[in-house]
Design a protein around this ligand. Structure first.
Ligand code: ADP
Ligand code: MG
Length: 434
């Protein structure tokens, strides 16, 4: 009854020694970031000025993206097909943006909505600015992504456009990741929460399809968080967990509780239970959870049929099965938390530095992945180390960048969009970092 399934192959993975050579240099990354973020379009022209960001404007891209070693002579591929795997026509990396509606507070303050979504893939940020003589003007920033969801797009539509196409690939040894990135309050949790529910439904439905029915596949769920560089089991009393690599450089989180999902109903309960367990400190639940990355994993595993009188030698495998594919949903720490590095509180500073490091490392890993680079710099942070096996071999990544529309969030919004833009467009321009 072995059908089309064959055990995972790890040819895409490389030994730890090799990877160490390319261990990340944080100082270098930080300075790159500072460069990019401090970039100001130089002369202030009267009226509107317009800066272009996106993968089809190679002119000035060096400056715009703050990449000192970017070779502008490399032509940027214009068409998406470069990025598409044939079997399922699913892009390896997809970067989308979701804009939430103005909230009550912003409406009460009569804040302007500074984000206009002009088309399925385009958006413009209208940044209010002051000239040297204090006259007001608006600077427009255009962006282009794989998709832009405006405030009227529902969670279901987001699911259909991002995660749904990936589901069938999970049965073919794909490890997928879906990130929600953005400042606190921009809609990450709102966007992320329903996705695993829908995904579990679809995964279970596929399990029962004729193609897989006799494969002994099962769906497993786990949920943990990374807080201050440490791992905690959100479904196991917030027990602190350790990560190790097995002989094949596969990530193993020791003691992480996994639950078999036979009834999809239970996924909702797990999510609620896990959310309730997320970091809560003296400052209140939302405040603290914005400093942690929450990772919910759905894994398809193949189980051996144990015939009577015959015992499987590998007890562990008998119990937990062999990984076929998985999808991880990651509600990232608030992107603004990475800047908490000058806070008065030492703990906050440490957490801020860790978040900064992990978000930069994440960007590097996704870029490396898209370039089919042999060396994936996942050793840069706990987050990327944990996701290591999702950055090699058959992988799919969806980045959902969440933005707040209010004028008061303009700077954070631009930072989020620039981050997303670098994940997407630079990754296509060859290897900008050596
Ligand atoms: P984050 O997780 O990024 O800190 P949340 O997901 O908690 O942000 O969202 C902040 C608030 O905005 C919540 O009250 C949430 O319900 C609301 N919200 C976020 N996105 C949307 C949306 N697309 N439509 C309606 N309300 C939203
Ligand atoms: Mg949240």
């Amino acid at each position: 009854s072995d059908g089309p399934y064959s055990p995972p192959d790890f040819r895409g993975d490389f030994g730890a020694g090799l990877l160490d050579l390319h261990a990340m240099d944080d100082t270098e990354l930080l300075s790159e970031e500072v460069l990019a973020d401090s970039f100001e379009p130089s002369p202030l022209l009267p009226g509107d000025t317009r800066t272009f960001q996106g993968d089809f404007y190679p002119v000035n891209s060096k400056l715009e993206r703050g990449e000192a070693d970017f070779d502008a002579s490399i032509s940027l591929p214009m068409n998406e097909s470069d990025n598409i795997t044939r079997e399922h026509n699913v892009a390896k990396i997809k970067v989308v943006v979701r804009k939430r509606p103005l909230n009550k507070k912003e409406l009460a303050k009569k804040e302007d909505d500074v984000v206009s979504v002009s088309d399925y893939a385009y958006l413009t940020v209208h940044e209010p600015k002051l000239k040297v003589d204090l006259t007001a003007y608006v600077e427009k920033h255009d962006f282009c992504f794989d998709a832009v969801f405006d405030e009227n797009v529902t969670n279901d539509e987001v699911y259909r456009d991002t995660v749904e196409p990936i589901i069938p690939t999970i049965f073919e040894r794909t490890k997928a990741t879906c990130f929600a990135y953005g400042q606190t309050g921009s809609g990450k949790t709102y966007t992320m929460q329903p996705l695993p529910l829908r995904a579990a439904e679809d995964l279970v439905r596929q399990l029962h399809q004729p193609l897989y029915r006799n494969q002994n596949f099962k769906l497993w769920l786990s949920y943990f968080e990374i807080y201050g560089g440490k791992l905690f089991d959100l479904l196991g009393d917030r027990k602190k967990l350790l990560m190790r690599e097995d002989g094949r450089q596969q990530v193993c989180i020791v003691g992480l509780q996994e639950f078999e999902v036979s009834d999809v109903q239970i996924v909702g309960e797990f999510i609620e239970k896990g959310n309730a367990a997320r970091s809560t400190g003296s400052t209140g639940a939302n405040e603290e959870s914005s400093r942690s990355h929450a990772i919910l994993q759905l894994a398809i595993k193949k189980h051996k049929e144990v015939k009577e009188g015959k015992r499987n030698n590998d007890k562990n495998e008998e119990r937990s099965g062999k990984l076929v594919g998985k999808i991880s949903f990651i509600d990232l720490a608030g992107s603004e938390r990475g800047a908490d590095t000058t806070d008065n509180d030492r703990q906050t500073r440490i957490e801020g530095a860790e978040i900064n490091k992990s978000l930069l490392a994440l960007k590097e890993c996704i870029r490396a992945l898209d370039n089919d680079q042999i060396h994936i710099p996942f050793r840069g942070s706990k987050l990327t180390e944990v996701l290591r096996d999702s950055f090699v071999g058959n992988s799919k990544t969806v980045m959902i960048s969440c933005i707040s529309p209010g004028a008061g969030s303009c700077e954070h919004t631009l930072n989020t969009l620039r981050y997303a833009d670098r994940v997407k467009s630079l990754s296509k321009s060859g290897n900008p970092r050596k």
